[in-house]
Design a protein around this ligand. Structure first.
Ligand code: ADP
Ligand code: TRP
Length: 448
């Protein structure tokens, strides 16, 4: 099963509105049919703007209840709190060291804040590095898709960029994450019909509020100001009631209503009443689940514990890989269990190295890379090939000189002849191999 990861920040009061639902949660629900899902409550992110303990706790609890009620508890769906998985912050630090300042200066979250009300002295560094934390959220879980609202697309692109930088600098650990944005619902306008639906703008339709509150919100929808009387012909374009009805109404009924509205055979009140009923019907089951869960904290805790265990297992595995790849891991351990990429000192002792003197060298026919060395080890002579002519080496660089050789390799067939050993080289900065001189060492001596 492919893996999905997404997160919602408990920055508002934690309650979701139909904008969040259509722009984010609805995608989660339909993708949950075919994906293993990790849904994260991004409380570390909330700290960039929420600085009151009680508020943060209330927000997060509300958000958890909202999401659980909307999405439901399924075997392959996991919910967890970001701060329960501490390695998000560790990976963020590591990513900080490979993210250019310029990338973050161009990020929306910071730029918007800067253009609104704040100077550099008022913006906390957490807000500035927020996209790096989000990259950690994503990459720790190596998801196949990351469904987000359009406003978050840039952040997923930054995560992609950071993954590429890591893979290039260290080792290819991270698959590049894909944002998943459903185009037709990317940004849902608010009831004012002007701006994006957002709690802070007071233009929302809530999902889990009291009925009278939701009714009032629905009845405040912007419609068609030129339609003053029931039998005036009305416009559908820009009319928020009909806009929302396309998501919540029954399609045939909505088509009939649109005709009647345009022809002046129907008023706002009837349309709004239908929208209100439709929204209520749509969220009937989630609203019931919400009430149930609200009175069963143990049930909520159980769901979160299960999600946390799953998230921790995946995140710990990734961070271990990362620590190894960047050198934050002790590799001279004598225990065998460390990692497949490393060999122990005991393993290394099996490599037999010996001082040999090159007594003859020539160029095999049909090769422009190989030099064939005849090497004296004191008690025996061996033929050893080395492929270094492309770096400008000639036989004169070898003849009459002593070098170190690995002598317990299985023979390798080269140009129809067996090569018995390997001359030791180190790789210098320009990629050109440099040979370790063994002048002054007794011929045939072994290295330990
Ligand atoms: P808000 O803007 O109300 O504070 P958030 O920023 O917490 O909401 O967003 C939570 C999720 O809901 C994000 O994935 C975001 O893209 C999405 N979202 C929020 N408002 C809308 C909207 N009006 N239309 C579409 N998606 C939205
Ligand atoms: N920043 C996202 C928002 O405000 C929430 C979020 C945090 C997120 N971490 C994430 C979304 C990881 C997707 C993946 O909506």
């Amino acid at each position: 099963m492919k893996r999905l990861l997404s997160g919602i920040t408990p920055s508002g009061d934690g309650s979701l509105h139909i904008g969040n639902y259509l722009g984010a949660v609805k995608q989660f629900i339909s993708l949950a049919k075919t994906h293993e899902c990790l849904f994260m409550f991004a409380d570390f992110h909330a700290l960039t703007t929420v600085h009151d303990k009680q508020t943060l706790q209330k927000n997060i609890e509300e958000l958890i209840l909202n999401e659980l009620a909307l999405i439901g508890d399924m075997p392959h769906v996991y919910f967890f709190r970001q701060s329960d998985i501490a390695v998000h912050t560790e990976l963020t630090w590591i990513f900080n060291t490979l993210t250019p300042l310029g990338v973050l200066k161009r990020a929306h979250a910071y730029k918007d804040k800067l253009s609104k009300d704040a100077s550099d002295d008022e913006i906390n560094v957490g807000l500035f590095t927020y996209p790096v934390l989000m990259a950690s959220d994503i990459l720790l879980y190596k998801p196949d898709i990351v469904p987000v609202g359009k406003d978050q697309k840039q952040h997923v692109e930054i995560a992609r960029d950071i993954a590429e930088r890591f893979n290039r600098r260290y080792r290819a650990i991270f698959p590049l994450p894909e944002p998943y944005i459903s185009e037709d619902t990317a940004v849902i306008p608010g009831t004012d019909g002007k701006r994006k639906m957002s709690k802070s703008l007071g233009n929302i339709i809530a999902i889990f509020e009291r009925e009278d509150v939701i009714r009032k919100q629905v009845f405040s929808c912007f419609t068609d100001p030129s339609k003053r009387h029931v039998n005036d012909p009305g416009h559908i374009e820009g009319n928020m009631v009909f806009y929302y009805l396309r998501f919540f109404g029954e399609p045939d009924e909505v088509n009939r209503m649109e005709e009647r509205y345009k022809e002046g055979r129907m008023g706002d009140i009837e349309a709004k009443e239908y929208l209100y009923q439709s929204i209520f019907r749509h969220f009937d089951a989630p609203r019931k689940r919400y009430e149930t869960l609200k009175h069963r904290p143990d049930e909520v805790r159980r769901i979160l514990e299960r999600g946390t265990a799953k998230a921790r297992e995946i995140a710990n595995q990734t961070i271990e890989e990362v620590r190894h790849a960047i050198g934050l891991k002790t590799v001279y351990s004598t225990t065998k269990q460390s990692c497949d990429e490393y060999i122990t000192i005991d393993d290394f002792l099996h490599v037999k190295q010996q001082v040999g003197k090159v007594i003859d060298a020539n160029y095999p026919e049909k090769s422009d890379r190989l030099i064939r060395l005849t090497v004296d080890f004191g008690d025996e002579e061996r033929v050893v090939f080395t492929a270094v002519r492309q770096y400008g080496y000639t036989k004169d660089d070898f003849v009459g000189k002593q070098f170190f050789f690995v002598v317990n390799l299985l023979p390798k067939k080269m140009m129809g002849e067996e090569s018995n050993g390997m001359i030791l080289a180190v790789e210098a900065e320009d990629n050109k191999p440099k040979f370790l001189s063994a002048e002054g060492f007794p011929l045939g001596a072994f290295i330990r």
